[in-house]
Design a protein around this ligand. Structure first.
Ligand SMILES: *Cc1c(COP(=O)(O)O)cnc(C)c1O
Length: 390
């Protein structure tokens, strides 16, 4: 499939390979191993003299179709599919890092990513420095010394802060670091970090890539050289492989990714505007709103504001829970990126392991709710939020 094709064409056709049966939809190769006609063939494949599959931990045709479609979509040379988003993030970090290395990251990160940085990496002699991701001077100070990896999310979950990818990438490269961006909230449809200077993009494919709340998955996008020399040697022997069945679900999810994300993002903007004028809402955090502190930067980096927003309802945790409990169409769930609209209270769920003082400093207040907008009729979502906030 030609990488010059348009996004929607790539989402439907990219990476597809048909078997001699001529199936229209991609086949699921639900097999752990592969057989060989002759012993020399097995020998040649293990010696990497011949292309071909040997064992699904090392590679599988359905997973490979997913990797090729993701690489075309992202504009990356290569992709590595993983069992979950955390497997993609942890695998990227561990494949690159060794004792004595230094990581600089934004403070506002997915909860489990923070645990990896705060608790696990130091056990292996890796120093981690966290900065306010929106503060370029803080990045500059932290990157005055050499670092191996710079890691951040933009927009950040759950407060939707925006980080200047190009500016941070320039500072990171000057410090000798590679730049890893977790692009989950923007999705590959709305933001292309590689084009802005990032070296690696990671996704939890569990979110909008599946998009229908069915399975876990992850993917790492990189250069061919980084995949071959750094990622594959680590991933193939440590085993965070994506199930071929899940790879197939993710291929089906990708077919409709652009349609879903664009529709969800349109509804998110309309809901953000509605909530911003609602008397029961203290503040709306959404990069697509002119009132967002980094609206101009967000609109330079992203094609739209995205399918996630957050809002403060005032009155602390009790009022936040009351609003959640009154919702009828929007369901309470810490997941995101589903066709169903989902709302969560980050302080008691996704970010509950964080010290309360740090949570407050990051703006994850007790009255903050995060809303992942789905595909329901906008009027129904507006009515549901309106009755819950009254
Ligand atoms: C969900 C999520 C992850 C982790 O992905 P899993 O598939 O749950 O392992 C990482 N980063 C962000 C921003 C996420 O939303």
């Amino acid at each position: 499939m030609d990488g010059a094709r348009g996004l929607s064409t790539l989402l439907v056709h990219g990476g597809s390979r048909r078997t001699p049966f001529g199936e229209t939809s991609e086949a699921i190769f639900l097999t752990s191993g592969f057989v060989y006609e002759r012993a020399e063939v097995a020998e040649a494949r293990f010696a990497e003299r011949e292309e071909g599959f040997t064992y699904s931990r090392l590679g599988n045709p359905t997973s490979q179709m997913f990797e090729e479609r993701m690489a075309l979509l992202e504009g990356a040379e290569a992709a590595c599919a993983t069992a979950s988003g955390m497997a993609a993030i942890f695998g990227t970090l561990m494949a690159h890092l060794q004792v004595g290395d230094r990581v600089v990251a934004s403070r506002l990160l997915f909860g489990s990513t923070r645990i990896v940085l705060d608790q696990f990496l130091p056990r292996f002699g890796i120093a981690v420095e966290l900065v306010d991701g929106t503060d370029l001077a803080a990045w500059e100070r932290a990157l005055a010394r050499p670092a191996r990896i710079v890691l951040f999310e933009t927009p950040g979950n759950p407060t939707l802060e925006i980080i200047d990818i190009a500016a941070v990438a320039e500072l990171a490269h000057a410090a000798g670091a590679i730049v890893v961006v977790d692009n989950v909230v923007a999705t590959p449809v709305l933001q292309k970090p590689l084009a802005l200077g990032a070296d690696i993009v990671v996704y939890s494919a569990t979110k909008h890539i599946d998009g229908q709340g069915r399975c876990l998955g992850g993917v790492i996008l990189s250069s061919e050289k980084v995949k071959r020399d750094i990622l594959v040697p680590w991933l193939r022997h440590t085993g965070p492989s994506l199930s071929p069945f899940n790879a197939w679900l993710l291929l089906k999810g990708l077919e409709t990714l652009a349609l879903r994300v664009e529709a969800e993002s349109r509804s998110a903007l309309a809901l953000a505007r509605f909530l911003a004028s609602h008397p029961g809402v203290a503040e709306v955090l959404y990069p697509g709103l002119e009132s967002h502190p980094a609206h101009a930067l967000a609109m330079r980096q992203m094609r739209a504001g995205g399918p996630i927003l957050a809002f403060r309802v005032g009155g602390g945790r009790r009022r936040a829970f009351e609003v959640l409990d009154r919702l009828r169409i929007v369901r309470i769930s810490n997941n995101l990126g589903d066709v169903r609209s989902l709302a969560t209270h980050p302080a008691s769920t996704t970010h509950s392991k964080m010290a309360p003082a740090e949570r407050e400093a990051l703006g994850i207040s007790e009255d903050l709710l995060r809303l992942s907008v789905g595909l329901e009729d906008l009027d129904d979502l507006v009515a549901d939020l309106d009755q819950a906030l009254r």
